[in-house]
Design a protein around this ligand. Structure first.
Ligand SMILES: [Ca+2]
Length: 299
């Protein structure tokens, strides 16, 4: 992509000989300005239909830009300015480097260890978030949980991953799902895509070939839950493992795992039927690794 097309829908009820301009800014500095045309030749629909258009040759360097659209009416002597009418960037693109869906028992799909990549070569893209979105008209997905994950600033030519994960529930059984993905910087979505995920058969789902690099205790899901929830933890090598649930007074409520486990990602189901509503803690001890997380039982 080396040219940018901007269009603006402009109300001009008295058919005054107005002019419409765009000021392209980098931060607060104006780097260029151009006139829109309503002549049917600038990707603007028809002549004099109120849709104005222009094209702008994008510079080769990586930058974040905004456009301020200004209309000037020489008859009324009025000027209207709309800052940040559009935002666009030549930085990045930011794309998902790793995003794989795994179907769990029942209707739950989890996307573990997502990672995003900055394919740009010179500019740090600030405050990147990645969002999974149910597509318009989708009838398979019930609800997307943890739909937005923050990855932070992504240096050029770098991949940033996280131990957080996306999850969603299905409304009906499916062999594949389609999702919209939005990648944003500073809260503005610059990159968007539609991805399809296929699930291997149910037996294959049970055996994870992935060996984690680090010990990890993942957030249970669903959470809050009633009456049961699933906890995942990862071991980079075979370890003596203890996974137990505690109440807020530190009393042990349940021991879920106690013994030697192989390297890999393990899944444990926890049934909280006997527990009253409230916050509980679960703690993984594996060798010298200890991590505690919170979970919530609702009745
Ligand atoms: Ca037009």
């Amino acid at each position: 992509m080396d040219t940018l097309r901007l269009t603006a829908q402009v109300e001009n009820p008295n058919s005054h000989p107005i002019s419409v301009k765009a000021y392209i800014k980098r931060d607060t500095t104006v780097v260029d300005s151009m006139a829109f045309a309503d002549d049917g030749l600038h990707g603007d629909g028809k002549t004099d239909d109120g849709l104005w258009g222009l094209t702008w040759r994008l510079p080769a360097n990586e930058e974040m830009y905004s456009a301020t659209v200004v209309t000037t009416d020489p008859v009324d002597k009025s000027v209207y300015s709309m800052p940040f009418s559009a935002r666009f960037t030549t930085a990045g693109p930011i794309v998902f480097q790793h995003l794989s869906a795994r179907k769990h028992s029942g209707d739950l799909v989890v996307f573990e260890n997502p990672a995003v990549c900055n394919h740009g070569l010179t500019v740090v893209v600030p405050s990147v978030t990645g969002t999974l979105r149910k597509l318009e008209g989708d009838t398979v997905i019930d609800r997307v949980y943890n739909a937005r994950i923050t990855y932070g600033d992504i240096p050029p030519d770098s991949v940033i991953g996280t131990s957080r994960f996306y999850s969603l529930t299905l409304r009906s059984p499916a062999d594949s799902i389609r999702l919209g993905v939005d990648l944003a910087s500073d809260g503005f979505t610059y990159w968007t895509d539609t991805l399809t995920f296929y699930f291997p058969d149910a037996v294959a789902d049970k055996h994870l070939s992935v060996i984690p690099i680090d010990f990890a205790l993942h957030q249970n899901y669903p959470n809050p839950f009633n009456p049961s929830t699933t906890i995942n933890y990862g071991l980079p090598n075979a370890s003596e493992v203890r996974l137990a649930v505690y109440d807020l007074l530190g009393r042990e409520v349940s021991v879920l795992v106690n013994g030697r486990k192989d390297a890999g990602v393990h899944e444990v189901r926890f049934d909280g039927s006997g527990l009253s509503s409230g916050v509980y803690l679960y703690r993984l001890t594996a060798g010298s690794f200890v991590q505690t997380r919170k979970m919530i039982v609702v009745r």
